[in-house]
Design a protein around this ligand. Structure first.
Ligand code: FES
Length: 569
């Protein structure tokens, strides 16, 4: 207990300030020795009944507390804003940076020495990591864990992925509304995150690959007792990390981010990982650019989970989970430290695979070259992305006429019109869904196929927007076009009838309109008037960075690890 820890500036003082800090905490029944200088561990909890994916985190917090007490620390749980992906409007992504601010300021303002982040639903994991990185204390992530596999009519069904399929089947007249309604109860059978390789499972997998959690954290089901045991071990380990002064920045190195990009390819991870990894890297001060994500295109797809494959996270866990993936990729990963204080390769040592159909080998992958591709061209001067493993092979090299929707309302009002002048070769273009435009860059990039084409059996078309797409979605969908339309990017001046050429192999996205004509259109263009003129949303619109920079707020990039010296009384 001899080390001068951060908490001593709150609880170690023998004056009026120390009295106040200790005395008010004692109203919860904490004994004197809790304040004797032992590591105080903040448990940052995004539990909420409005974030069903994180609804099991209160129980998991108790496991962390047991481990912290056992290791001689003092656990204190605190809430931060929670972001329920399926419940928030206009989009949870609008509030990721608000969560990050909440986490950062909570950690900094309180007398804690280390942090355990409890999150899981899509935006909670990156938001917590961003905020914590800006304070840079010893930190470990415990994820909610995925829900049990969905079950309906004797089959496994996956959250998100099957929703998109079912809703298209209803529009095509191939599924009854009664069946559609019945399926929703079978889809979500326990607390936990989406059990496909959506954004939540992707981010949990990348957290493990970056060494920010204990091994096996990503895939164990939310309700598996082994996850509770993992929380206990996390509580023990965070106390040791405080003694070792193993801060986040010693783990989140450039090598760790490059490993995450490679692993994202191998697990068939979400396109959303791009904006989140860029934003986290910005906080911790690591140089990471959009073009770094091309690195993943050399890696094979190993994990056979929806939406790129056919299984679900429960199957992935029982097949061996992330340790098997890390072992398979061992020849492709850079050396990088972990919260365990060992190289990340140790996470995969001795891992055995129990189902080779679920986790493939590098020599026999599900698909070769599976990672995301970055596209550039006059339509996306600062970049756009596509997930080829979730796209239609025959559309990856494509030229067609644009049909433009000026905003989401235009799309919703017209997509199902019987006389919509589109063919399967048409390229659908959606504007106004970027960070500033929507605002918050929602997951609407996988726009529905026009109803009359759905009835003809068309299930995929090239679609281009400044939006994101759910990690559970699929299709030949070009996302994150930067600059976005509302920021005056070329996307803003695309017109119906323009020709567009996509070459995933060449990494290009070109609007086949002359520079002269484009310049003229840009001169005549004016942004949509802002729909939000007060509060957090206004601050967000005024300060949000574009997708190719991670969509953080400009004044939140970087960190501030200076001690807080002023008192409140
Ligand atoms: Fe929360 Fe998918 S909606 S993890």
């Amino acid at each position: 207990m001899s080390k001068q820890r951060r908490n001593r500036a709150w609880y170690g003082k023998l004056d009026r300030d120390g009295f106040i800090h200790r005395s008010w905490m004692k109203n919860q029944g904490f004994p004197d020795h809790a304040f004797d200088g032992r590591p105080i561990i903040g448990i940052c909890n995004t539990w909420s009944e409005l974030t069903p994916c994180n609804a099991g985190l209160r129980d998991l917090a108790e496991g962390v507390k047991r481990g912290v007490w056992e290791a001689g620390g003092f656990p204190v749980e605190f809430p931060v804003i929670s972001l329920g992906e399926t419940q928030m409007k206009p989009t949870a992504m609008l509030f990721r940076n608000l969560l990050a601010m909440d986490v950062e300021e909570s950690i900094r303002a309180y007398g804690i020495d280390g942090v355990v982040l409890l999150g899981g639903c899509d935006k909670t994991t990156p938001g917590q990591l961003m905020g914590a990185a800006s304070v840079d204390l010893p930190t470990i992530v415990v994820s909610s864990g995925p829900m049990l596999n969905g079950k309906w009519q004797g089959k496994d069904i996956g959250s998100g992925t099957d929703v998109w399929k079912f809703s298209e089947a209803v529009r095509a007249g191939e599924m009854s509304l009664a069946d559609f309604m019945a399926a929703e109860s079978g889809m979500s059978r326990s607390v936990g995150t989406c059990m496909t390789m959506g954004t939540a499972s992707t981010m949990a997998s990348l957290v493990e690959a970056m060494g920010m959690s204990l091994p096996t954290n990503a895939a164990l089901p939310a309700v598996d007792a082994r996850r509770k045991a993992l929380t206990h071990m996390t509580g023990r380990r965070i106390v040791e990390m405080v003694d070792e002064e193993l801060a986040m920045s010693k783990i989140l190195t450039r090598e760790a981010f490059l490993n995450a990009i490679r692993v994202n390819a191998a697990v068939g991870g979400s396109t959303n990982a791009v904006v989140h990894l860029l934003a986290i890297a910005g906080r911790v001060g690591v140089e990471l650019t959009l073009d770094d994500f091309n690195l993943g295109s050399e890696l094979p797809l190993l994990v056979n989970c929806m939406p790129s494959g056919e299984y679900l996270m429960e199957d992935f866990a029982y097949a061996g989970g992330m340790p098997v993936v890390l072992r398979e990729l061992s020849g492709h990963l850079d050396r990088a430290n972990t919260v365990m204080g060992v190289d990340v390769s140790a996470y995969g040592e001795g891992a055995e695979c129990w189902n080779r159909d679920v986790i493939r080998t590098v020599d026999d992958p599900l698909k070769p070259g599976a990672g995301l591709r970055v596209l550039r061209g006059n339509l996306a001067p600062n970049g756009a992305i596509i997930k080829p493993s979730a796209a239609t092979e025959g559309l990856l090299e494509h030229e067609g006429e644009a049909f433009v929707f000026e905003n989401i309302e235009d799309l919703k009002a017209n997509i199902d019109r019987d006389d919509l002048p589109v063919t399967p070769d048409t390229i659908l273009v959606l504007k106004g869904c970027g960070p500033k435009g929507y605002p918050g860059m929602p997951e609407v990039g996988n726009m529905p196929i026009p109803a009359r084409l759905v009835k003809e059996g068309v299930r995929d078309m090239v679609r281009i927007s400044d939006a994101r797409m759910s990690g559970t979605a699929f299709g030949t969908v070009i996302l994150h076009v930067s600059p976005e339309a509302q920021a005056g990017g070329t996307l803003a001046v695309v017109k119906t009838g323009d020709r567009i050429r996509l070459s995933v192999k060449g990494g290009s996205l070109e609007l086949l309109v002359s520079d002269e004509e484009l310049n003229k259109r840009c001169e005549d263009w004016t942004p949509d008037p802002a729909h939000y003129d007060r509060g957090y949303a206004k601050m967000y619109i005024d300060h949000v960075l574009q997708a190719d920079q991670g969509g953080d707020l400009d004044f939140l990039v970087g960190k501030d690890t200076r001690p807080v010296t002023r008192e409140s009384h």
